[in-house]
Every structure is written in C-alpha cells, then in structure tokens.
Write a protein that binds this ligand. Structure first.
Ligand SMILES: [Cu+2]
Length: 477
C-alpha cells in the first residue's frame, strides 16, 4: 500500500490495525491488491498461489502496522508529559558505534502534528521514548533506543528518589524479591570463581549490572543504574549534602555505619530497622565503615588510566580493577568490603563508574572497543554460557539493549583528558589519595605478581611521580 495514502488516514494506526485484522483488508481504505482475498470468488491451484502471495503481503503489512503502532504509543506517551530527564539538555549522544558526533536532544515539541493526529517524529531527530530511552527517529519510527545512565549526584532529586524507591521495591516486594535475592547471592557464591580476576572481571560485572538494571526496569522502565563518580568527590568523598550520594534523606543512600563492631548504617532509606541485606549476606543491617583518613583516586588519576594505550590492555585492566575498583570497595568498607559486597545498594553505583571508565576507554577507537584477553574463550561463570565477547560493546548488549553513560553537565567543559592537561602531575591542587588497599588485596585474592604490577601502575596515578617518601601507596588503615 502507498505509504502517503496510509499517512492521510484520519484513523489512529492501532485502530487501523484492528480493522485490518478483522477484515483481512483495510475496509474501505484498502488497496485494490487486497480485494481478491476478501472476495474469495475463485478456486484452483493458480488462485491458491495468488492467495498465498496476498497473505504474505498482508502479513508483512500487519508487521509494519504493528511497528508503527508501537512507535505511536511511544509518541503519545511523550505527549502525556513523560520525559526521562526532565527536558534538560543532554550533552553527549552516541549516534553510531564509536562515533563522537554530538547532537542536541530534541523533545516532543518537534513531533509533527496534523489535525490533532500524531503521525510521526522528525526525521533524524533525537527523541525520548516512554521509558526514557534516547532514540533516533527514522522514517517515523524510533530506532537505536538507548538507555542512558547518569551520574547520581548530578541527577534531579526526583530521579534520585525514584532510583532509591525502585531498589527498595525490588529488594522487598515479593514479586521481585526472589529474583533479587538469587541475583545478589550468585555474586557471593562465585566471588572466587574468576569474576574478580582478569579474565572475566570487566565483562562479568557489565553483564551483572545489566541483569540488575533489567530487574529494576520491571518496576519502573524509566530507571537505569546510575554511577557514582567518586573521583570528582575525591577530596571529600563522605559529604552528606542534599546532592551527595550519602545524603540521609529519601534521595540519598544514607551515611556511615555506627562506629561499633556491627557497623550498622543508621541513616537514610537503607538504615537499620527499615531495610536489610539479602539473607545470604546475613539478612540484617547494611554495614559501612568509611575510610575517614584517606581518599579515593582523583579524576586526574582516572584520566591517567584512560590514557593507557590499547596495546597495554592488561595494564589498563589491572589499573581499573585493582587500583581503582578494589580500592574504592574497601574505602566504603563494611558490606562493600566483603564477599557480600553486591548486597550493598551502592555496589551498582560504584560498578557503574567502573563500567563507565571502561566504556570511555573503549570509545577511543575500534581497537580499544574490542581489546580484551583473546585467550579467554570459556563462557563467563553463572551467565548461561555467555562469552565475554557478547558484552564488549555497550551498544550491543544481550537482549538488544544499548547503554550509554552520560557525562555530568558540570564536567562537560572539562573532559577527563582536559582535566589532565589542566592539572599536570605534581600540581599542588591535587589532594592526597591512595591507589592500593591492603585489605582489598586480600579480599579480592590478588596475586603477588599482580600486586607488584598494580604498585608500579599506581605510581603513575599519584600527583607526583616520586617513587618513595610521604605518599602512601598502600592504605593500611
Ligand atoms: Cu564483584
């Protein structure tokens, strides 16, 4: 059928679809080619063949109409006022794989509207679907829909509250709790089965976050797992202002644990008495023991990790896993610095940032994108035979999911690389921090050889290149 003819109908697509399916043709609007099907006044093998062709044409047409209906449902829901990020301008959009092209976010006001009926979206514009995914408009349809993960402390209060609510729902509501419990328990069960070692660490945790995010989206499809950029907060990581991660209100995660052996968190939505960790983690209070005498790596250190060339993927992986990831786990301490770490709600935000750093590094080129240990061909533990290659590209994840990390607006003007240029090593403006943690080395069972490598790499991340002296490489607290 002629597309322009179909566009002119003053009947919503879903209604047309119904008509089409009831009659086998488009009622009075149907094209002549379909009429023979409805009339059915002939017989014999020749006519049967024609009928078959017609049926195939109709099936294809129904499929097209179904897709259009789905797209229009998205459009209608946006007109209802749903806009995933509150209409704020979004600085960075991944259009194609590896593309650095930037494009501004176009919201629903740019939809074409004829006589009160929505007929599509503006070709090539970027639109937000009913689940807050960022999509491209192509021939009236939403394509390349992508989940956007944001930095928690730069999200709106409402969005932060929504995330906390979703976590509380999956962890307490019987409809989700079984899946939630078994997911987090799995992390503990296979903690020492390779998921924290070089072969599987990055891809396995990317997959794990995806499972968790999929679960949260069963509660509210506009939710994505945020990340916490601890490097920006390096100088004062434990602040509890309204925008901070550790804010004690409903839009935060609460603060430090009590300074007792139990270390129970006593503030915020995950405090003792109102929220418990999964049974496999003891089923009682969430524990934290902030490291109050040292700081997590700063953003110049993260930038230095991002500078590691693709031919040194093994160094990049060690720096990200041991110097950054392992260390921050035990900076937060308590549940996060134990085999039960995944039971801490902040686990996913920490891993969100680790995965963002990997993603930023992968986006440098196609070789970065596919850099991983080629000798690793075994399936990842607990993933139903998924191989590492299945999750290397965040824009091609299992289930057709596309994920992108949005840089916080306030950091937009100084990207990681810009920050590094502005803060050359040795500058007094950088604070003190550690890039290795003795207790994390034990928890994550890091080999002596890797500890040595991480120690050498850690030297490159510190504000000065001095090899000895005041700077603590190891956090011994
Ligand atoms: Cu882990």
């Amino acid at each position: 059928m002629d597309r322009t003819l179909r566009r002119s109908f003053a009947i919503p697509t879903a209604a047309k679809l119904e008509l089409f399916m009831e009659d086998g043709q488009l009622g009075s609007h149907g094209a002549p080619a379909h009429e023979a099907v409805a009339e059915g006044h002939n017989s014999g093998p020749e006519h049967a063949a024609t009928l078959l062709q017609e049926m195939e044409a109709i099936t294809a047409e129904v499929q097209t109409l179904k897709e259009e209906a789905a797209a229009q449902i998205d459009v209608l829901s946006m007109v209802g006022g749903q806009d995933g990020d509150g209409g704020a301008p979004v600085p960075e959009v991944v259009e194609e794989e590896h593309s650095d092209e930037s494009e501004h976010h176009v919201v629903s006001r740019d939809l074409i509207c004829y006589h009160g009926f929505l007929t599509g979206c503006v070709e090539r514009s970027i639109v937000t679907d009913r689940c807050g995914q960022r999509c491209r408009c192509s021939r009236g349809r939403f394509v390349q829909c992508t989940r956007v993960r944001r930095e928690f402390t730069t999200m709106s209060r409402a969005d932060r509250e929504k995330y906390v609510r979703a976590v509380r729902t999956v962890s307490t509501d019987p409809r989700y709790k079984t899946d939630y419990d078994s997911m987090l328990t799995q992390h503990k069960t296979i903690f020492n089965s390779g998921i924290h070692q070089r072969d599987f660490f990055l891809p396995w945790h990317r997959w794990f976050m995806l499972q968790y995010e999929n679960l949260l989206r069963r509660v509210d499809c506009t939710v994505t797992v945020p990340y916490w950029d601890w490097s920006v907060a390096s100088r004062s990581p434990w602040r509890r202002r309204a925008s901070d991660l550790w804010f004690p209100g409903n839009s935060g995660f609460g603060g430090n644990g009590e300074q007792t052996t139990e270390q129970c968190v006593t503030s915020g939505p995950f405090r003792r008495g109102v929220w418990n960790v999964v049974p496999s983690a003891g089923g009682s209070c969430l524990r934290r023991q902030f490291n109050l005498t040292d700081n997590p790596p700063d953003s110049a250190a993260v930038a230095e990790v991002l500078r590691i060339p693709h031919l040194q993927f093994d160094s990049f992986e060690i720096a990200l896993r041991i110097n950054l990831h392992d260390t921050v786990h035990c900076f937060i301490g308590g549940t996060m610095c134990s085999f039960d770490s995944a039971a801490a709600p902040e686990f996913m935000l920490h891993h969100g940032f680790v995965d963002k750093i990997w993603t930023d590094w992968q986006r440098r080129s196609a070789v970065h994108m596919h850099a991983h240990f080629s000798s690793v061909t075994a399936p990842m533990p607990g993933t139903n035979q998924l191989r590492t290659t299945a999750v290397l590209n965040n824009l091609r994840l299992p289930g057709g999911v596309r994920v992108q990390y949005q840089n916080p607006p306030r950091l937009q003007m100084r990207s990681r690389f810009g920050a590094l240029r502005a803060n050359s090593f040795g500058q007094a403006s950088r604070g003190q921090f550690s890039v290795l943690s003795e207790i994390a080395i034990i928890l994550f069972n890091v080999s002596k050889i890797e500890v040595e490598k991480a120690r050498r790499l850690g030297m490159r991340l510190l504000p000065t290149r001095r090899r000895s002296g005041k700077r603590n490489l190891i956090d011994t607290s």
